[in-house]
Write a protein that binds this ligand. Structure first.
Ligand code: TYC
Length: 102
């Protein structure tokens, strides 16, 4: 360009992408014996849900057979599953909790 108008340059950056860790769904499974109140307590205690949210998810598991109760990085999901399984076992309930890659 030899006239007075200056070219406008726009800087476009491409962010170097940091690999994001895979996420894991933690699932609660229905059974015929674990008391509803116990499941609600589990959801409140280990998943930080309030009472209303816990009742809602418990009823979803009861009706549908299972539900996702949270999504976490591997280590956190693993810890939640272990905590739930241990708490259920100590209270002699057959409640099952598992995880799967999202
Ligand atoms: N089905 C159980 C009952 O009728 C209640 C229940 C809900 C059990 C959710 C497990 O993950 C569960 N007492």
């Amino acid at each position: 360009d030899d006239d007075a108008e200056g070219d406008i340059s726009v800087v476009t950056k491409t962010k170097p992408k940091t690999a994001k860790p895979p996420l894991y769904k933690v699932l609660l499974l229905n059974d015929d014996y674990t008391p509803m109140e116990f499941v609600v307590l589990v959801l409140e205690r280990f998943f930080g849900l309030n009472h209303a949210q816990s009742v809602e998810i418990m009823l979803t598991v009861h009706k549908k057979g299972l539900a996702v109760v949270g999504v976490f990085a591997f280590e956190i999901a693993e810890t939640k599953v272990a905590q739930v399984m241990d708490f259920a076992r100590r209270n002699q309930h057959p409640l099952q909790c598992t995880m799967e890659k999202e």
